[in-house]
Every structure is written in C-alpha cells, then in structure tokens.
Design a protein around this ligand. Sequence first.
Ligand code: UGA
Length: 432
Amino acid sequence: MAVIALKCPHINVTVVDGNPEKIKAWNGPLDELPVYEPGLAEVVGEARGRNLIFSDDIARNIEKAEMIFMAVNTPTKTEGEGAGMAADLRYIEACARDIAKYSKSDKIVIEKSTLPVRTAEKIKEILEENSTNIHFEILSNPEFLAEGTAIQDLFKSDRVLIGGDETGSGQNAVQALVDIYANWIPKEKILTTNVWSSELAKLASNAMLAQRISSINSLSALCEKTGANINELSKAIGMDHRIGSHFLKASVGFGGSCFQKDILNLVYLCRHYGLDEVAEYWHQVVKINDYQKDRFAQKIIDTAKKNSNKNISVLGWAFKANTNDSRESPAIYIVGKLLEENLNVQVYDPKILADQIKFDLINYFKSRGHSYKKAELLLSNLSVKNSLDLVIQNSAVIAVLTEWKIFKDFNIFSKIEDTVKVIDGRFFLNEI
Ligand code: UGA
C-alpha cells in the first residue's frame, strides 16, 4: 500500500488495523517501523502524511473507501476440519463482515491475502448476507513480493495478476485496478484472468518455487554421500536456460509464512476434489523440507555429542536474509531439537531480538506437547548473544542457518580453532 501511495500521489491510501499499537508504530519514527524491509522506510517517509495515512478507525475508513484491499492473515488451521492443512479463514470472514457492516455505497473488494481457490464466493456470500442494496465486486490480486526484496519486487514486478468476474461490472472493476498499477507497471506485465485462475496461480507459483528448493535440497543429501558438491551441481543445472538459476540454492530448508502454508493448502484442496495422487505429489515438497531440517538438526546433535564441549553456536534466526521475520524459520525447529537434547545453544541474529527468539521456541515446545514449565526449563540452556564475535566463543559446533551477508563476510574459518566444526546450512562453503 505504501508503494501504491508513492506511485499514485493522486490516490488516497489509508491503511487500517484493529490494533492501535501497530498503527501508532506505523505513524512513529521511520527507523522503528514494525517491519524491517530494505527501502520501506524511505517509501513510507515520502508518502506518509501526503496520501498515505495509517489509522485505527476501521468503520469510518471502510465507509469512505471506493476500493478495499483485504490483507489480513490466513494461517494454517490449528483445529476443526482440515486442521494442520487448510487455511484458517476466520480473519478474512471477520473482515468481510466489517466491510458489509460499515459500507453505505458500492465497493470493489480485493483479495490481497493468499486464499484457497473459490474463497471469493464465500466473501461475496458474507458481504451480501450482511448488507442491503450495496453492490460488491470481488477481485483477486495476489501479492508476489518476497520479503527482504519487497520494495524492489513491487517497483519492478514480473507480473501483476488481477482476477475478476467476466460480467460487465466485474470487468469495470478489473479495469479500475489495472489503471492503478498502470501508473508504474508496463501494461504487458498486468495479466487479467478469471477470479479462480488468479487465486490458484498464487498457490501454484509458491508451490513451484518451493518444489525447486526441495528438489535441490534432496540432491544435497546425495551430494554428501557421493562427494559431489551441491553448489557446483546447482550451478551446472541452473545454466540450462530452460531450468534457470533462481531458487536452486540448497539450504537447511525453506521457511517463511508462505511456502509451507500455501502448499498444505494446495494439498488440502486437491484432496477435497478427490485428487489424492496430485495431493501426495505436492505434499512431498513439504516432507522433503522437514527431512532437510531434520537432517541438519541430527548432524549438529551427532557432532556435538562426540565432543566433551556441548556448546553450539547458531548464526541466524530469520527465515531468510534481510528480514526480521522468523515465521516458520528452520532455526526454530533445529534449535528446539537441540535444546530437547539438553545441548547448550548460543544464538545471534542481526535483526531478531532475544524476546522473539524465546517466544518462537516457547511456541515450538508447546506444539510438541511440552508444558510451559518444561518449556521454560529447556530454554535455560539457550543464550542469545548480540554480536558475531561473542556467539562463536567457547563453541564446539557452529551452525549457519540464515544467509545474512555479514556471516559470509565474517570469514569464520579464520576466527576459530581447527577442532571447531562448522555445519553450514546456507552457503555450503566447507561441509564437514
Ligand atoms: C515467497 C515467494 O518467493 C514470493 O513470490 C511470494 O509472494 C511470497 O512467498 C508470499 O507468498 O507472500 P518469501 O517467503 O518472502 O516469498 O521468501 P523467499 O525468497 O521465497 O524464501 C522462502 C524460503 O526459501 C527462505 O527460507 C529462503 O531462504 C529459502 N530459499 C529460497 C532457499 O532455501 N533456496 C533458494 O534458492 C531460495
């Protein structure tokens, strides 16, 4: 929304949230915005107060708006039908009810959140049941930005996808949104489709990207057995222009709030339509990811257990570089397992604070069925350091779990004794 405001000074963009603390932070100092994203503070700095407003007055702003983007979260369901797989649509449904309740004129409602196919039908139903004499046109406009590169992705999108109804009013709504993006995106990169293609294209794109990572990660296991080098393999494969070099970087496993959630959602959809083989095919992408995380955790545990010094250093907590987001980060799972083995772990991440790391681990322990008391006990073997120099001290094993550039530049091998083992889950510079 900040980028739309920046690129379209003639359009007023108001971002609303029910949590006044969050809104206060978005209106606060630019170097303390709630999301760390390179370039974001500059964009907000230019547009805020001009045509970009942050407000907690949901009712008034729904009433005033002509177009409403629904950008609430759609986590994986934790209970009820489809638990562990299907998307939890309760926030989307609550948002639709609010829109219906406060609208006094026709609106274009846009699905920005990633949603299962045919959610637009459900949103329309809620909007119509909870309002009278108002016409709502629903569009799907999934977001393809990646964290850490969000601003450059939005400035130069590979494509903008807009799905709408094939009716006259549907096509008018599509055109209204095309006109907004056309302020900075070349027309040939704006793709219009029907709503269902647009919803499914988002899930399918993420599934295909994650599939490449699981493919290369599965081959990293074979490299370790055969003496082939995964970086060389990845380069050789990626030089085929039909394959391409992106998303072929082996890793400790993919994390983030999207890939696993979206693939499980796709698996659930396939099962729902009786396509069990298709469901299983995509499920395997997540299973290989779990296998990869597990393999790394086990490698660290085996190496530490051979050593009388049981201190392990973990470099990186974020799910990828250049973000302060740790959702579904492989580090949570790996460090959780190490602590369950009673190993001592010291962690450093340049952007994630100790409170967040502890919060992530408590949630992980809860998901494993540990009591709060046990979780606290397990956490007593964790210490969070605030520099690279400190985190590698007194360590038997160093695990690299996020591809922060400073970790690569640090030249770890020149700073440690030969006896210290490095298990590199990101750069694969020197495998043990
Ligand atoms: C992903 C997609 O890339 C975006 O296009 C999409 O819009 C977004 O999900 C979303 O659905 O919102 P994101 O999760 O922010 O974006 O980050 P990615 O760059 O895709 O990285 C995901 C994970 O894969 C990270 O843990 C990263 O380290 C890992 N990864 C990525 C690899 O292990 N190897 C690679 O070659 C690339």
